[in-house]
Design a binder for this molecule. Structure first.
Ligand code: BDR
Ligand code: CA
Length: 317
């Protein structure tokens, strides 16, 4: 039986790589996709998501629009990373499909409640939708197997020196999701920047995909080609690695560690503070105490194995 998954995305070039993998891999049953403002404004995120699913031949997957902005702050997109349209400015024809009329949290609620077996929620974007979902409908926890979050880092950030983009964009939402997950006894894997850049695909591999007959393979090749041109060759498959973590968790080294989200700080707002101390003496004298929230933090990954998984699923020769 394929494993049921739902994705929360801010598509985004690497979200598109993740969507193609989840939509095409035979061991995954992609039940729904929810969209949130992040890499690009919400209307572009929805249009990009529908377009990628169409390329994958998956117009059957419902897509819903969620929050256009973070809980407290104004939206700050990342089109300097993902292109003006959020999808690498490829001139790829747009899907004419309309999104599901339900708000994202209602689509997620319905799909998770109705799923025949517990669902894995994969979040690839700022956590605004998921914070609202878990606080509004905490009963969905009964229908969730676990949550894989692309977000945060034990070490450095990217949006700032301290903070990874998805957590930086809506730190309150990230803090709520970690708190709610602990409260609802949901396991969380944090697939953060310590592993995010390791699975890579070369420009030559991308060119071969881009020349394929198959539409999804072509789009996959063009997306990685865009990344190679903008950031250098080879390029990370990014968010797609978090979907690989669902398919092949053995290739990921995680440690269960206490985590907090920094909500203040002059330079560190949005940082995931991962507590890797081992000496009880330090811990017991820490005025903050140990974070009550523990998550499985990804610290290392077999990058070539995840890249091969992605390439194989895209149909690379
Ligand atoms: C994350 O932020 C976005 O730019 C990517 O899509 C990914 O989800 C990496 O920090
Ligand atoms: Ca993303």
């Amino acid at each position: 039986m394929p494993r049921p998954v739902v994705l929360d995305v801010d598509t985004g070039v690497d979200d598109a790589c993740a969507l193609l993998l989840a939509a095409r891999h035979p061991e995954l049953d992609l039940l729904a996709v929810s969209c949130v403002g992040g890499n690009a404004p919400l209307d572009l995120v929805v249009a990009n998501t529908l377009t990628v699913l169409e390329a994958a031949g998956r117009d059957d997957v419902p897509v819903a629009a969620g929050s256009a902005r973070p809980l407290l702050e104004a939206a700050r997109d990342a089109r300097h990373v993902h292109g003006e349209d959020g999808l690498g400015d490829l001139d790829w024809p747009r899907s004419a499909r309309r999104p599901d009329p339900r708000p994202a949290v209602e689509l997620l609620r319905d799909v998770i409640r109705e799923a025949p077996e517990p669902v894995t929620l994969v979040t690839l974007a700022p956590l605004t939708n998921i914070a609202l979902l878990l606080r509004t409908y905490p009963d969905v926890a009964a229908g969730l197997r676990d949550i894989v979050v692309m977000g945060g880092a034990a070490n450095v950030g990217n949006a700032t020196a301290s903070a990874e983009f998805n957590v930086f964009h809506d730190p309150e939402a990230a803090a709520i999701v970690l708190d709610a997950a602990a409260d609802l006894c949901l396991g969380v894997t944090l697939y953060g920047l310590d592993v995010f850049y390791q699975p890579t695909v070369t420009g030559a591999q991308a060119s071969r995909l881009a020349a394929a007959e198959d539409r999804a393979a072509r789009l996959a090749g063009l997306l990685i080609g865009f990344q190679c041109e903008r950031f250098g060759d080879p390029a990370t498959i990014g968010d797609a690695g978090a979907v690989c973590a669902v398919l092949d968790p053995e290739a990921l080294r995680t440690e269960r560690l206490p985590v907090r989200v920094e909500l203040g700080g002059s330079w560190s707002r949005g940082r995931t503070v991962v507590d890797r101390r081992h000496w009880a003496g330090d811990m017991s004298h820490d005025p903050h105490g140990r974070s009550p929230v523990e998550v499985d933090v990804a610290l290392d990954v077999d990058g070539p194995r995840y890249a091969a998984l992605w390439l194989d699923t895209m149909g690379a020769a």
